[in-house]
Design a binder for this molecule. Structure first.
Ligand code: GLN
Length: 303
């Protein structure tokens, strides 16, 4: 196994020479303006150290990576009851697809596609003020990262609230099957705000230590839940790109349309990557490449 610092440097240099970074998400105006030619990588290792390359202190919008945190919080609240409302199978469809919801009678395939994440947030909300549910998610993220300086960017949330017609359609469709317990607008408002949490790759990698179950990481998530979350990240974390990610990287991961990526190396490391240009699946283009190269050079694939 080569040294992490050497690998990090080599991978960073090789990937930053890449001419095509992909395009940032266009459907959220606030994200569309971000320069795609940016890269940050942070890796927390089992010896308690955090190693970084690039723009690792720059805040980015974690978007769908927040679905990990809302799922942990919702499981704390609803327990296994949550699995009666959302499945745990890969969908093979894009993150915002509605097609399976009709034939599967309003039960989303998994908690990481948007429909499933909206149901998860709805379970977490369970009749409370959105502020309470958001405080719970933020509290969890801060405790996992051991850093209280993590906040929601209200402009990004508003930007998505203005343009998120597809998510609004999903929420109302779910409600028509009785799979939303709160008014759709309330659940959606909570969901848009959780997606607008901003973090640096250092903060995100540190939060990931809990799921990697590295010695010394905050013991906030049970081993049982960590195992299940990692399984879901492996099979569903990249939507219809999940097979491709497992094939190339061989590790559980969760992407966000802001270009963030959290990758878990069980028992060994937690990796956070950010590069805002996306591939055809809506996952970070350079980020996926970094994850594959790091996993390969460190011998980290679980297979
Ligand atoms: N907020 C985004 C949405 O709902 C999150 C999607 C993503 O990151 N893949 O469309």
């Amino acid at each position: 196994m080569s040294d992490i610092l050497d690998s990090l440097k080599r991978v960073f240099e090789e990937v930053t020479q890449e001419a095509d970074w992909g395009q940032p998400a266009q459907y959220i105006p606030e994200l569309a303006e971000v320069d795609p030619a940016q890269l940050a990588i942070s890796v927390c290792t089992a010896d308690g150290k955090t190693h970084s390359a690039g723009l690792s202190d720059k805040l980015f919008s974690i978007q769908s990576i927040s679905k990990i945190f809302s799922l942990i919080a919702a499981l704390g609240r609803a327990g296994d009851q949550l699995w009666t409302r959302v499945g745990c199978e890969p969908s093979g469809t894009s993150f915002d697809s509605i097609v399976l919801l009709e034939s599967e009678r309003g039960q989303p395939r998994n908690p990481f596609v948007n429909a499933g994440a909206i149901v998860t947030t709805d379970a977490l909300l369970s009749g409370r003020e959105p502020k309470m549910a958001l405080a719970e998610i933020l509290g969890l993220v801060r405790a996992m990262a051991e850093d209280d300086n993590i906040h929601i960017n209200a402009d990004v949330a508003k930007s998505e609230q203005r343009t998120g017609e597809r998510n609004k359609a999903l929420a109302h469709y779910l409600a028509s099957y009785g799979n939303l317990l709160n008014p759709p607008d309330l659940t959606l408002g909570t969901y848009f705000h959780q997606c607008a949490i901003e973090m640096t790759t250092v903060q995100l990698a540190r939060a990931g230590r809990t799921l990697a179950r590295i010695d010394g990481a905050p013991k906030i998530v049970s081993a049982h839940h960590a195992r299940r979350l990692n399984a879901l990240m492996m099979t569903c974390g990249h939507y219809d790109g999940s097979g491709d990610f497992a094939f190339k990287v061989g590790l559980p991961g969760k992407s966000g349309v802001g270009g963030g990526l959290l990758v878990i190396v069980p028992g060994k490391a937690s990796i956070a990557i950010w590069s805002p240009g996306l591939n055809a699946y809506g996952n970070s283009k350079a980020g996926t490449r970094v994850a594959a190269m790091l996993s390969q050079s460190m011998g980290w694939s679980i297979f």
